[in-house]
Design a protein. Structure first.
Length: 296
């Protein structure tokens, strides 16, 4: 047995959808002994030729190794698949998409059954898994001891970023970044809708839009600084009063172009509400102050 073989930690993977299959193939390619189980057996059998051991049941798969990774449909599926299985001494890594509350509840559930638990949020798509240059990584939170023990194996499919011992923080980071992404997609979608039917090719607007959005990236760090300090006015170059006044142009243009404002309207309304709350106090702020209105 070579030193290389010794260092390859064996593990179990439950769930072989597109993401689970990508994870499995990456671990197998890296030489990790892998036991897999999937509700639809054919997906598991397809990995046998690549070296995977196929378990006939979730219980058999869990019993095979100390490290058990879950990549299932949802949190309810995790509970259903592991129901009645002895988890004593197991290290569970749950890469199933879920909410922060589900992560915390599942951690308590696992610990009550004698297992250590880490929740994960995958920042990437299946095609990015196992491709170092893709930029994919996974947020992990929960048992630091579990993460430290298995970090080398967890870093094989994608980068690993531990974000705290609160089991809900991996999902919270995941959803926060995805929410920012969809907000960006909303603005991009509105921009392309505005030029539809005009003598402006989408491919000509695209580089201009990318350049502009890149230039606006400073807002992320600036907003974090302002939310931390509570100072929304120092160094402002485009104040809230001006931006609220100018927002009418965006809405009128959308109307003229026959485009719904449903993607940008809520944010413009949030700015208006912040200003209306106390015009004297908020007129000189930048738009980061509007974030404070979102917390219920």
């Amino acid at each position: 047995m070579t030193d290389n073989t010794v260092t390859k930690r064996p593990l179990t993977l439950l769930g072989l959808g597109d993401m689970g299959t990508a994870l499995a193939r990456t671990w197998l390619a890296a030489g990790h002994p892998l036991t897999v189980w999937n509700r639809t057996a054919a997906k598991a059998e397809a990995l046998a030729a690549e070296g995977a051991a196929i378990a006939a049941s979730p219980a058999e798969a869990v019993a095979a190794n100390g490290l058990v990774v879950l990549c299932l449909l949802d949190d309810a599926s995790v509970g259903s698949v592991l129901d009645g299985i002895d988890l004593t001494g197991k290290d569970l890594v749950d890469l199933t998409t879920g909410t922060p509350a589900e992560g915390r509840k599942r951690a308590a559930w696992a610990e009550a059954r004698g297992a250590r638990f880490v929740d994960g949020g995958i920042m990437g798509t299946p095609v990015m898994i196992g491709a170092p240059a893709s930029g994919a990584y996974v947020f992990y939170s929960g048992s630091r001891a579990l993460f430290d023990t298995h970090r080398a194996a967890l870093e094989v499919p994608a980068g690993a970023r531990f974000v705290g011992e609160d089991p809900g923080h991996a999902a919270l980071h995941d959803v926060a970044l995805l929410s920012g992404m969809y907000g960006l997609f909303a603005g991009i979608s509105h921009a392309f809708a505005l030029i539809e039917g005009e003598d402006i090719a989408p491919k000509d607007l695209a580089p201009l839009l990318s350049e502009w959005l890149g230039a606006m990236g400073f807002f992320v760090a600036a907003a974090a600084d302002r939310l931390t300090s509570g100072d929304f006015t120092t160094g402002v170059v485009s104040n809230l009063a001006m931006q609220v006044a100018a927002s009418g142009t965006l809405l009128r243009t959308a109307e003229e172009q026959g485009v719904s404002a449903e993607l940008i309207g809520p944010y413009l309304e949030l700015m208006r509400r912040r200003l209306a709350e106390d015009p004297a106090a908020h007129a000189g702020e930048d738009t980061a102050g509007a974030i404070t209105l979102l917390k219920r």
